[in-house]
Design a binder for this molecule. Sequence first.
Ligand code: ATP
Length: 360
Amino acid sequence: MSKYKLGVLYGDGIGPEIVKSSVEVLKAATEKAANGTEFELKELPMGWEGIQKYNDPVPEITKKGLEETNGWLMAPHDSAAYPDEHRVAKRNPSGELRHHFDLYSNVRPSRALPGTTSLVGNADLVIFRENTEGFLSDRNMYKGTGEYMVTPNVALVTGVFTREATERIAHEAFKLAMTRRKKVTIVHKANVIKFAFELFRDVCYEVGKKYYPEVEVNDFHIDAMTAHLVRRAEAFDVVVTENLFGDILSDLAGELVGSLGLSPSLNTNGTQAMAQAAHGSAPDIAGQNVANPTSMLLSTVMLLQWLAAHHNDNNLNEIAKVMEEAVLGTIAEGPTTRDLGGSASTTEFTEAVVKRINQG
Ligand code: ATP
């Protein structure tokens, strides 16, 4: 019997709704697989709950608690609405946890699923977003946010690009490409930001050439890449890019294949992993029980698959498979949530997934 400790962070906006859905489906899939795997779930405060209880969106108790876990389910947060002492002076909760745990690799798959309307055919691509530096200035600092107001009308932002961080995200991207269609696309802006992006681009090419010579590599400027994604997303397999570009490009890819509500992601550092929907807290639909929980459900599947590989435990793959088949089956046959043109609520969709697991 294997036991894993998972953190559960409910967060803000639609966070509690979609994380609750994942916990319910995870429990049902674990029971169904009945292979002796146990999960100890540890709820920890994050977001408004952290502010209210500890005056910190990511309190020390949460960081300490997460250190003892194998991985965790991370909800979105509505950090744009926090009081200035948290919003301006600190990293947002995702940034804080990525920085604190050095979760350097952010894997964001986008694929067209049966039952959804993809604007880009049968696209199936994975974006690797470097998660610790680049243009997200607050990730680059030991203390401070990496932004400076020189005068009330002049703001400076710190961007950082290092060989070390680029090498490790490149390895992650190429390793996955070796298991897929063996193609990597490097996305940058080296025609304008020369030192930083020539370094990023050239280090990615070096890693590919030296360690993964079978992989076909090409590169595009970020602006051209947005056009290529819209026009011919099916041509792309694995994409590797810096932090901010990855954030933007993965939202575009997610929406192109059907809905941001379908977009999962996993943040990893080699020893722990954080499952996180690629979208935000969607304050416009929060508390209405209409969010599509698929993004968080499929992020949880990715977490299980990562833990399976990391702990060499195929039982976790079995649970992941039960979960994934039930989620994809429900998307294909309904009920369908509002973002995909249906009228099912978050709880109705979740109940249908659980029912499918129990009857499967
Ligand atoms: P962040 O900067 O934190 O990523 P954001 O401001 O980019 O957040 P989101 O919260 O991702 O924005 O929301 C963008 C749009 O997508 C909103 O209209 C929101 O309602 C919709 N959306 C996001 N997630 C879902 C979901 N799970 N189900 C349905 N709609 C969603």
